[in-house]
Write a protein that binds this ligand. Structure first.
Ligand SMILES: [Zn+2]
Length: 307
């Protein structure tokens, strides 16, 4: 069993990052597998070297270690080779459609807007995918992908229709997440992907890309998210608030580990502990499936409310 923790390094680590790291690590250690850290830094418009460094520091501080560390931007040659493969299959086409145009269309399972594949008939220039300034999409087969993750989450889709053909290289030249994740998981021999539930609706698209590229499909599991208020009485995935520097200034690592383990359902009370103390009792059946709301209390620091 080989799994990975693959955060994007586009901001400070926060409680959601650390909870995900903890769950992935516990799963690997409990099962005697290996776990690698993959720093996803392809989005050069948002990623910063300092966030990658802080992320490693935050995980080490918490007490989570890795059997290897990979940097996604080291793998661009492999991503480009995958684009070459898809181009040889006649799967790639340029697309200039804007998000504003998609917003007149259908909703996708991830809450965004589906793409109606309207540029499928467009051709790449004679020089191939490297020669177009447009975004590049991959024409997926119109087949249904049947998929249930290890937590019983139903993920079946017809991704070409439900989500639309994915962008595999963005207009700004950045290799798209959907392609990079598939190529890098296969190259690292990942057998089990454990990640937040916000990515679950992309799984069928990733499986379709694996099939086109002749890559194996790992097992998947999607865990609860930590949420924060986002205005209009709505909640959103925790993102910018509660940065690691703030957490570390208020909590010791064992305190924070206990708070996260309690929020996830692994402890009855938020007792200070190290990740290693949780390995023996770890079981996915004890990890709650419902999301939790994280907030900052001036007296108590990080607290969790029911969703
Ligand atoms: Zn288009």
């Amino acid at each position: 069993m080989i799994t990975r923790f693959a955060p994007s390094t586009t901001g400070e680590a926060h409680p959601g990052t650390l909870l995900s790291a903890l769950l992935v690590w516990l799963d690997a250690r409990k099962r005697g597998g290996s776990v690698v850290l993959r720093l996803e830094d392809l989005d050069t418009t948002r990623t910063k070297v300092q966030w990658a460094a802080q992320l490693q520091e935050a995980c080490a501080w918490l007490g989570v270690d890795w059997d290897g560390v990979a940097i996604q931007s080291d793998r661009i040659g492999a991503h480009e080779a995958a684009l070459d493969t898809l181009e040889r299959q006649g799967r790639l086409y340029p697309c200039r459609c804007s998000r504003a145009e998609r917003m007149r269309g259908r909703r996708a399972p991830d809450g965004g807007w589906a793409y109606d594949n309207i540029c499928r008939a467009r051709q790449l220039p004679a020089g191939g995918w490297r020669d177009t300034p447009d975004a590049i999409r991959a024409r997926l087969p119109d087949d249904r992908v049947e998929l249930v993750d290890d937590g019983g989450l139903e993920l079946s889709q017809t991704p070409a229709r439900d989500m639309g053909d994915p962008v595999v290289r963005r207009r700004d030249g950045v290799i798209a997440y959907q392609l990079a994740v598939v190529v890098d998981d296969a190259a690292a021999g990942i057998t089990d992907v454990v990640r937040g539930r916000d990515i679950a609706p992309s799984t069928a698209t990733q499986v379709a890309l694996q099939r086109l590229l002749g890559l194996p499909t790992p097992r998947y599991r999607h865990h609860l998210l930590l949420l924060e208020p986002a205005g209009n009485a709505k909640l959103a995935k925790l993102h910018g608030s509660l940065p690691f520097t703030q957490l570390r200034a208020r909590h010791t690592a064992p305190e924070l580990c206990g708070l996260l383990a309690h929020a996830a359902g692994l402890l009855d009370r938020p007792l200070a502990c190290a990740p290693a103390d949780l390995v023996a009792g770890f079981d996915w059946s004890r990890v709650r499936t419902r999301d939790r709301v994280a907030r900052w209390d001036p007296e108590r620091g990080l607290v969790f409310d029911e969703e």
